[in-house]
Design a protein around this ligand. Structure first.
Ligand SMILES: [Mn+2]
Length: 354
């Protein structure tokens, strides 16, 4: 049986939101420790992030065992299970992404953190191996009831806008960097960097019982800002499983992002990988359209048949979790909470009845 989870941004990690998750029927949490989503208790995707998600201040601040345990105890006290940490901080791995001079030091830092996560009994780490990161969205009112939502249209943005030095993953890690820009990064180079990363990290993940799960590129364009994007199609996304065949190497399966891809069948892919045990956890969201022009919509109004997704997961005895991921902002004083409550209720009903 699939289980219901909720993803919480760093600014939402408090008692009220743990209770909120529990009240909505979630049993598991996916926790984000990167402070990129602004807005405190009202996080909003519907802002202009073309110039970045902000500056990370986490240089040198690694995930320490004691801190993880403290948070885990608090989560457990609300009868919730901490299923995964989502995203490495750009400050922890910028030179792994960029193949820079601090690469080896940062890899030993990542290994240290993966070990701490495993020792703390947190089973998974989700990550996005991307130079431009989540970039290129524009916000507008779209869909049922005209909520503010995000989407991508290649005509609305300069998709070749160069990336300033000191930035990666759409965040600034060095405010003092020169005004130069990053040079072009090819697909071959990205696969080399990624394969090195994966083959370094997976043995440590195996040793400490952590599953490393990769999110596809969002938006799934083959290239943005002069850098190739690895996981822009279903077939390219599946290739990561061949780079390292460990059971600790898997997928952070984002139904929305996969549906945005130009080719391939999302439900067939879900069937194949949920059967094979490759899926760590699932981002359960919906969308209308495909790259180069799509919008995120409410979970029940998109192009993807979500009930069929649940049928497939049940048929394959998938035991992992689903979380809502993003959702259009509902018109009220707590847009994030309202939209999450709606998505969770819909998901719970599907899980209980399909
Ligand atoms: Mn996602």
């Amino acid at each position: 049986m699939p289980k219901l989870g909720l993803g919480l941004y760093k600014s939402l990690l408090n008692k009220n939101n743990f209770e909120f998750a529990q009240q909505a029927g979630a049993t598991h949490l996916v926790v984000q420790l990167v402070d990129y989503m602004k807005g405190g208790n009202n996080p909003s995707l519907s802002q202009n992030y073309l110039n970045g998600w902000g500056t990370t201040k986490n240089q040198g601040k690694l995930w320490e065992y004691d801190d993880l345990i403290r948070l885990k105890k608090e989560i457990n006290s609300h009868e919730l299970t901490w299923e995964a940490i989502e995203n490495f901080d750009p400050s922890h791995w910028f030179d792994i992404l960029l193949d820079g001079s601090k690469r080896d030091q940062q890899m030993s830092d990542l290994k240290y953190m993966v070990a701490n996560v495993g020792k703390a009994g947190i089973p998974m780490i989700g990550y996005l191996f991307s130079i431009a990161g989540v970039w290129g969205w524009t916000s507008k009112s779209y869909g049922r009831g005209n909520p503010m939502t995000v989407g991508f249209n290649e005509n609305d943005v300069d998709i070749n806008m160069p990336i300033k030095k000191g930035m990666v993953w759409n965040m600034t890690y060095d405010e003092t960097a020169t005004n130069e820009v990053l040079s072009k990064i090819s697909r071959e180079e990205m696969w080399e960097r990624y394969s090195w990363f994966l083959n370094e990290i997976i043995p440590v993940a195996e040793q400490y019982g952590v599953k490393m799960v990769a999110h596809p590129d969002d938006p799934p364009m083959p290239e943005l800002r002069n850098s190739a994007r690895l996981f822009h199609s279903i077939s390219e996304y599946e290739k990561l499983l061949e780079v390292n065949k460990s059971p600790n190497n898997g997928l952070e399966f984002c139904l929305g992002t996969l549906q945005e891809m130009k080719e391939g069948n999302v439900l067939e892919t879900l069937d194949k990988h949920s059967k094979a045990g490759n899926i760590g956890y699932i981002h359960f969201r919906n969308v209308k359209g495909k790259v180069p022009n799509y919008r995120e919509v409410f979970v029940d109004e998109g192009d993807l048949d979500m009930a069929e997704a649940i049928r497939i997961l049940k048929k394959n005895d998938y035991q992992g979790i689903l979380i809502p991921d993003h959702s259009p902002a509902m018109s009220c004083d707590a847009p994030w909470h309202a939209s999450m409550a709606f998505a969770l209720g819909y998901m719970k009903a599907l899980i209980d009845t399909v």
